[in-house]
Design a protein around this ligand. Structure first.
Ligand SMILES: Cc1cc2nc3c(=O)[nH]c(=O)nc-3n(C[C@H](O)[C@H](O)[C@H](O)COP(=O)(O)O)c2cc1C
Length: 379
């Protein structure tokens, strides 16, 4: 019987399905629900020291439906990080660890470009018992105006410096969460790992505009007649997330083989999780999927992943982690491989047709006897 249990950076997880930072980890009530339903770990909604600067608007989500108008395939949000007071969060982190001592609780943190602020937020969170950190360098809207989130994550030099500050204070594992809104996601990922972070998470949301209302001509989601580009998530982003996870995994494999990778972006099924792990992820996170299907959804995802592992004779996640990475190559190499295969097929066909004709009596073969007889007959 295969197992989903895994140990990542010293954290023991019952399964690789982690609640991704966002609404599904936004207060103690919902975090407790996640642990009760059996999620492998929870990354709480991103917190900062001063929540008073965080002011959300409504509406702040917009959905993209499939042609059936039922299934949600894309989701844009212009939601900021948590608007709840840091002291309330510390109290809830502590209560959560008292309620679920074995539950892996990861604090997602974000600060401005200030060494003191980053060190303070790390120290105060670990003092109340969180098990690990995820550094949010990736929120695409709102906070870049304060040089936070994606504004930091898009600059590998700044990111390396900030990760260095965090690592000087952190006594718990640290993952740096990457923005996909860059050309080469390996560059900021490498910077975080160079600074000593244990792992990388990818991806956060993709900067997007959901659409334009053809009646009012206003872009959506519309707030008082206006909008701002938001972050795109859910099923539609999975192919982009898989590509970026693959690129980071290749880099980790060659440059930092002892570091870890948490993959996310559109994970909704056990099969999705298997694909992220086949491309090098140690764990997978789910955010929008929880908003679509609820916390109970972890069970069918675990069952599906286990069934697939049993079918493929994989005992542990390590048995197939990164197993599909060797099958990426350049386009030029694809062309070369195809030409080689065609040439090999041609010569096999030529050899086969030669076998079917009889030049000398020694050419007669038991396998092709009838064809050889026919080849010698008058047409
Ligand atoms: C409504 C909403 C709020 C989010 N808030 C945060 C956040 O506070 N911190 C963070 O790191 N990521 C945040 N994210 C990004 C998700 O954690 C995740 O990286 C992204 O949505 C892709 O995964 P998914 O398709 O499973 O949602 C948010 C996503 C959504 C949809």
């Amino acid at each position: 019987m295969p197992t989903l249990a895994t140990t990542v950076d010293g954290l023991s997880l019952p399964n690789p399905f982690i609640i991704g930072s966002g609404p599904p980890g936004t207060n103690l009530n919902v975090i407790a629900k996640a642990f009760k339903e059996g999620w492998g770990a929870v990354i709480a909604k991103t917190v900062s020291l001063d929540a008073s600067k965080v002011i959300n608007v409504s509406p702040r989500y917009a959905k993209l439906y499939a042609a059936d108008r039922e299934e949600v395939i894309g989701w844009e949000n212009i939601e900021l990080i948590s608007d709840r007071k840091f002291d309330i969060w510390l109290d809830e982190f502590k209560k959560c660890k008292d309620m679920f001592p074995k539950g892996v609780l990861i604090a997602s943190i974000m600060e401005e470009y200030s060494r003191d602020a980053w060190i303070e937020i790390v120290e105060r969170c670990q003092d109340v018992g969180v098990d690990a950190f995820e550094l949010n360098f990736s929120c695409p809207h709102g906070l870049p105006e304060r040089k936070m989130g994606a504004a930091m994550g898009q600059d590998p030099d700044v990111l390396e410096e900030v990760c260095g500050w965090v690592m000087s204070a952190a006594k718990k594992p640290v993952w740096a969460k990457m923005t996909p809104n860059v050309t080469h996601i390996e560059d900021p990922s490498r910077a975080a790992l160079k600074a000593g972070c244990q792992g990388v998470s990818a991806i956060n949301t993709i900067r997007s505009v959901m659409g334009v209302n053809l009646e009012t001509l206003r872009p959506e989601p519309t707030v008082e007649g206006y909008t701002t580009p938001g972050g795109y998530s859910s099923k539609a982003v999975k192919p982009i997330a898989l590509r970026m996870v693959m690129e980071i995994a290749q880099m980790i494999k060659t440059e930092f083989p002892d570091r870890t990778l948490s993959g996310l972006g559109g994970v909704e099924t056990g099969g999705d999780a298997a694909q992220f792990i086949l491309l090098g992820a140690d764990t997978v996170q789910v955010c929008t999927g929880v908003m679509k299907f609820g916390y109970e959804h972890v069970k069918p995802m675990c069952d599906e992943l286990l069934d697939w592992m049993a079918k493929k004779n994989f005992e542990t996640l390590a048995d197939f982690k990164g197993a599909s990475l060797p099958y990426f190559t350049t386009h030029a190499d694809l062309v070369k491989r195809q030409a080689e295969r065609k040439a090999a097929q041609k010569s096999a066909a030529a050899a086969a047709s030669e076998k079917k004709t009889v030049g000398a009596d020694s050419d007669w073969s038991g396998d092709s006897f009838v064809q050889q007889s026919n080849s010698l007959a008058r047409g």
